[in-house]
Design a binder for this molecule. Structure first.
Ligand SMILES: [Zn+2]
Length: 486
C-alpha cells in the first residue's frame, strides 16, 4: 500500500509519520502531519469518527485526534492502552504537561529498558493546564501509536488525595494511583515536647506490643522504637495509615491490573528509616499490596534543579530506605526526580536497579528553552511576565528557594544568550513553577496571551524539542543505570 499517496487523497500537503503504520484485524491505520494538525487515517468501518474519502486502495477515514477516536484506537491496537508498569523492575514517570513531550520520551526508552509512565498528572497540574485525565492519556496513546512504542506504558493519577479523584482517574483507565496522604499526616507533632506527646497519645495495646521499646534489624539496619519515638509515629502517621488502608480496600482489592503507590513525601521533615518501616509494616499487615512507597528523603528535592543537601547523609539514609523496601518486597519511589543528577547513581546502586523515579515538569522547561532559542521575542515577553508577579503568585503552591536577583536582567542579554538562562537554577525555577499562569494568561479580548503562540512554535520546532527532551531525560537514566550497571 502506498500510504503517502492515500494520505494525499485527503490532504495534498500531508506528510506521513513513517513509524505509525499499523495493521490489526483488517484495519490499517497511520498518522499524518497536515501542517497545522496531525490526523489519524484508518480503513473505514472500524468505528473511528471523521471524514471518509476514497483512494485507489479503498475507503479510508481521516480522523482528528479526539477522545472518541483514542478510545477506538486503544481497542483496536492494545499497545496504545496503558498497563500496570510500576511492578516492573524499573519504571520512570515522565509526565507530559503540554501533551507534546511523548515522542522525545519515547526516544529515551528506546535506549533504556525501564518502563515509562507516559501519562502522569496531578489534579493540580490538570487544573493549571486546563486539561483532563482523558486528554493526558489520549495524547500518550496517539504518540505511542505514531512512534510505534509497543513495550507498554503506565498512566498515573498522581498525588491524588480524595476518593472522588481516584474514581475519576480509574474511570479514565489509569493503571496507577499515587495516593497522597499529606492531609492526614500530622507534621505538627514533630515540634511537640515529650510531655505533649504523652498527653496526646491514645493508648493502643496492640501497637505498643508490636513496636514500643522494640528493636528490629533489617538487613543490618537497626530500627528502634523507644516510648517517645513510637508514640510520636502513632500521632504523625496513624491517621494517614488508616486513610490509605481504607482507600486501598475501596479501590484495589483483587485488582491485579492496578498499581498502588503510597506517597508520604509532601511533608516538612524527612521520613526516618524507622518511620518508613513502621508505615510499611502497618500497611502490609493490614492487607495493602504496596507496589511503591515514596518517602520524603533527607535534603531538598526542589523542582527543576539538582539535589540540595548533604550527599553522604543522603547516601546513608537512602541505603536504609532501599533495604527496608527490599525487605518488604516493594520498590522505592523517588519523587521530584527531575534534574537530581548528583543522587541518581546512589539511587541506582542501592536499589540494585529496582526503583521508580518520578520526574515532572522538566519537559516544560525544555519546551521553554526551545522558545528561548527559536523565538527570543516571545521568550522575553513570557520571562518578563513571570517576573512581574506570576512567580510571586506561584510560590503559594510550590516550595522553592529561588533568588530572583541572581537572574541576569533581560535587557543585558543578547538573543543568543537567552537559552543559557536554562542553566541558571534561579531562572529555571522562575519558569518552572509559573507554567500554569503563563499558559492561562489572557488578553483583554479573552484570547490567550501566550498559549497559542507557544504551541505554534512547539509544533514548528517539534524535532528540536524531541531532541532536547531525549538528551535531558537520557542524562537522568544514564546516571541511574551507572549505579547498578557500572
Ligand atoms: Zn511527590
Amino acid at each position: 500500500m502506498n500510504f503517502e499517496k492515500i494520505a494525499k487523497n485527503y490532504c495534498e500537503k500531508s506528510s506521513l509519520y513513517e513509524k505509525s503504520i499499523h495493521s490489526e484485524n483488517g484495519c490499517t491505520a497511520f498518522m499524518v502531519d497536515c501542517g497545522d494538525e496531525d490526523f489519524l487515517v484508518a480503513t473505514a468501518g472500524f468505528g473511528f469518527v471523521g471524514e471518509e474519502f476514497q483512494s485507489e486502495e479503498g475507503a479510508f477515514i481521516a480522523c482528528r485526534l479526539t477522545h472518541d477516536n483514542a478510545v477506538v484506537l486503544r481497542k483496536l491496537f492494545p499497545f496504545t492502552a496503558p498497563v500496570p508498569v510500576l511492578r516492573k523492575e524499573r519504571s520512570i514517570g515522565v509526565g507530559d504537561r503540554l501533551g507534546i513531550a511523548t515522542p522525545g520520551h519515547i526516544r529515551v526508552f528506546e535506549k533504556y529498558d525501564a518502563y515509562p509512565v507516559l501519562a502522569q498528572q496531578s489534579i493540580r497540574e490538570l487544573n493549571l493546564t486546563n486539561r483532563t485525565f482523558h486528554d493526558v492519556l489520549d495524547s500518550a496513546s496517539f504518540s505511542v501509536f505514531r512512534e510505534d512504542f509497543t513495550r507498554g506504558f503506565g498512566a498515573d493519577g498522581d498525588h491524588l488525595k480524595k476518593a472522588e479523584e481516584l474514581q475519576y482517574a480509574l474511570d479514565c483507565g489509569y493503571t496507577m494511583i499515587t495516593l497522597d496522604c499529606s492531609e492526614h499526616i500530622h507534621n505538627e507533632v514533630m515540634k511537640m515536647t515529650e510531655d505533649e506527646i504523652r498527653a496526646n497519645y491514645v493508648g493502643n495495646p496492640e501497637l505498643e506490643k508490636k513496636y514500643m521499646n522494640q528493636t528490629v534489624s533489617v538487613d543490618g539496619v537497626e530500627i528502634a522504637f523507644d516510648e517517645i519515638s513510637f508514640k510520636r509515629n502513632c500521632l504523625i502517621y496513624n491517621e494517614a495509615i488508616d486513610f490509605a488502608v481504607g482507600i486501598y480496600h475501596q479501590f484495589f482489592d483483587g485488582r491485579d491490573d492496578l498499581d498502588f503507590e503510597m506517597s508520604i513525601d509532601e511533608t516538612e521533615t524527612p521520613t526516618t528509616p524507622a518511620q518508613h518501616y513502621y508505615i510499611a509494616n502497618e500497611l502490609i499487615s493490614r492487607g495493602v499490596k504496596v507496589v511503591t512507597i515514596a518517602p520524603r528523603f533527607v535534603g531538598e528535592f526542589q523542582k527543576g534543579i539538582d539535589y540540595i543537601g548533604d550527599l553522604s547523609k543522603f547516601k546513608r539514609e537512602f541505603e536504609a530506605h532501599a533495604k527496608i523496601a527490599r525487605h518488604f518486597g516493594y520498590k522505592i519511589s523517588v519523587h521530584s526526580g527531575s534534574d537530581k543528577f548528583s543522587v541518581f547513581e546512589t539511587v541506582g546502586k542501592y536499589t540494585g536497579g529496582n526503583f521508580h523515579l518520578k520526574t515532572a515538569g522538566t519537559n516544560w522547561l525544555e519546551a521553554m528553552a526551545v522558545i528561548a532559542e527559536h523565538d527570543p521575542a516571545l521568550y522575553r515577553e513570557v520571562h518578563q511576565y513571570a517576573l512581574d508577579g506570576a512567580f510571586e503568585q506561584a510560590t503559594a503552591y510550590y516550595h522553592v528557594t529561588t533568588d530572583l536577583s541572581k537572574i541576569p536582567a533581560l535587557d543585558t542579554l543578547t538573543d543568543a544568550e537567552l537559552p543559557a538562562l536554562f542553566q541558571n537554577n534561579d531562572s529555571r525555577q522562575l519558569i518552572h513553577i509559573t507554567y500554569g499562569l503563563i499558559l492561562n494568561e489572557k488578553n483583554a479580548d479573552g484570547a490567550f496571551r501566550f498559549k497559542d503562540r507557544l504551541y505554534a512554535d512547539w509544533r514548528k520546532y517539534a524535532k528540536e524539542y524531541e531532541a532536547r527532551v531525549d538528551r535531558h531525560i537520557s542524562r537522568h537514566l544514564d546516571l541511574l543505570y551507572r549505579g547498578f550497571r557500572p
